[in-house]
Design a protein around this ligand. Structure first.
Ligand SMILES: CC(C)(COP(=O)(O)OP(=O)(O)OC[C@H]1O[C@@H](n2cnc3c(N)ncnc32)[C@H](O)[C@@H]1OP(=O)(O)O)[C@@H](O)C(=O)NCCC(=O)NCCS
Length: 195
């Protein structure tokens, strides 16, 4: 990704600009980096076509590689415009891509979404990745609230949010359509961490 691709339009404040110069995040076991189009195969074969992984997500499993490439192009566009900041989660050492975390900044708030390939579930990886992104977001002076929702049946996701210090604020009735479960809007929990 060229440096100019990271110039924000929505994120025009000094805090965001400084932060966007350093978007690679390292944790004990992981490296988070902006994705590239070359990640398409790893994402497609790793989790994007997995019905179990996508069960409680707002998108349907990808049926071909081109669909994944189009998604990745939207990730690049999101970084360029500042509307959606998406990180590929990779294993430190091997560099293998195992999932993604995304955040949509909006004024003093930023939301979160995340997904991990099934073989890596249950090892604390997403807790580690989301913690790093929250810390990164809160290093922007303008950000006071990081929030996310999950289907009330998505217990693993709810637990991740608890483990990263988010608080369940309430139940949003009929909040999201999760098309792999039902075409009807589903109830979701809303979690947030504020400072
Ligand atoms: C949700 C998801 C990201 C969790 O990733 P992960 O790396 O396995 O998460 P962690 O290991 O950090 O933590 C998972 C926690 O949920 C718990 N958990 C997992 N399945 C559970 C279940 N069915 N019921 C209750 N708790 C469950 C784990 O025990 C663990 O908690 P613990 O450390 O207290 O034991 C992963 O399951 C995933 O990608 N799911 C599909 C996509 C998705 O749903 N994304 C979120 C959309 S809101």
């Amino acid at each position: 990704m060229k440096r100019n691709d990271l110039e924000p339009t929505r994120l025009s404040s000094g805090g965001w600009r400084l932060l966007l110069e350093n978007v690679r995040l390292a944790t004990a076991r992981l490296e988070l980096r902006p994705p590239t189009l070359d990640d398409a195969q790893a994402i497609f074969s790793g989790y994007a076509q997995d019905r179990e992984v996508t069960r409680y997500l707002v998108w349907r499993p990808h049926s071909n590689l081109e669909e994944t490439r189009m998604f990745l192009q939207s990730c690049l566009d999101g970084w360029a415009s500042g509307s959606e900041l998406t990180w590929a989660i990779t294993l430190a050492g091997s560099g293998d891509l195992i999932g993604m975390v995304a955040s949509g900044p909006c004024g003093h708030k930023a939301d979160l979404g995340y997904v991990l390939a099934r073989p890596y579930w249950g090892n604390g990886y997403m807790t580690e990745a989301v913690s790093a992104v929250i810390e990164w977001l809160f290093s922007v002076p303008e950000v006071y609230r990081v929030w996310a929702v999950c289907d009330t049946a998505n217990l693993a996701s709810a637990r991740v949010m608890e483990k990263v210090g988010m608080t369940r604020e309430g139940l949003l009735k009929r909040w999201n359509v999760h098309p792999n479960v039902s075409s009807e809007p589903r109830d979701c929990y809303v979690y947030a961490r504020v400072r």
